[in-house]
Design a protein around this ligand. Sequence first.
Ligand SMILES: Nc1ncnc2c1ncn2[C@@H]1O[C@H](COP(=O)(O)OP(=O)(O)O)[C@@H](O)[C@H]1O
Ligand SMILES: [Mg+2]
Length: 233
Amino acid sequence: MSFEIDRVPTGVDELDRILNGGFPRGSITLIAGGPGTGKTLTALQFLYNGAVKYSEKGMLVIFNESAQTLKQFTKTMGWDFDRLEGEDKVKILDFMVVERSGLESMMDMIFEKAISFSPQRLVIDSLTALTMSLERKDEIRVVLSIIHRLLRKLGCTSIVISETPWGVDSLGSGVEEFVVDGIIKLELLPVKGELKRRLAVVKMRGVGHEMKFYQYSIVPKDGIVITPYPEVF
Ligand SMILES: Nc1ncnc2c1ncn2[C@@H]1O[C@H](COP(=O)(O)OP(=O)(O)O)[C@@H](O)[C@H]1O
Ligand SMILES: [Mg+2]
């Protein structure tokens, strides 16, 4: 009998190596970081590689941003999401306005669309935007736990994104960090008058993963490119 966990490769070679093969199938991973760290890009690369390299369908749910703007952005990377949508390999749901009163019906709609599309990979960008109309922590907790339950029911391998303000060293709202299976932290750090990108896998349930810091860059076509983090930083 084998206790090997089935892995879902991200398609980013170095990241898959750090994760010992990829995300555990059916897991939920939080990507946390400040503005411009490449959270959206990392999640899109996961979906793009899923569709192109591994024949896995992907669904992207974005808030406060249009699918059109996002597709323009991915074209600069050489990733054609219009084509993938046309081929029914990717589905993008965008919600430009997230109102407190409409949260429940919005979540029902996301669930229905996901059931009928039945993706293997799912991304929510971001939990921060989704819960922005909520002021009280207990309300945020309820919405996040509903999302968590929906993702578990769908059974796809998911990435959820949390946006932390510039200069703030946190991972999320203080709720999602504890219910997700994995956490990847992305940072922009000033080093000798320059901003350097730094990545670490903070948590990954059921997986032996490396605990080192890595430096990464964002390169057209290749996306996230990871190298060892120099000791001198
Ligand atoms: N074509 C490109 N070539 C190189 N870097 C890019 C390109 N497009 C975007 N980037 C980098 O990616 C960053 C945006 O990444 P994004 O995933 O939107 O960040 P986040 O979602 O964390 O705010 C930009 O600030 C820029 O540094
Ligand atoms: Mg983003």
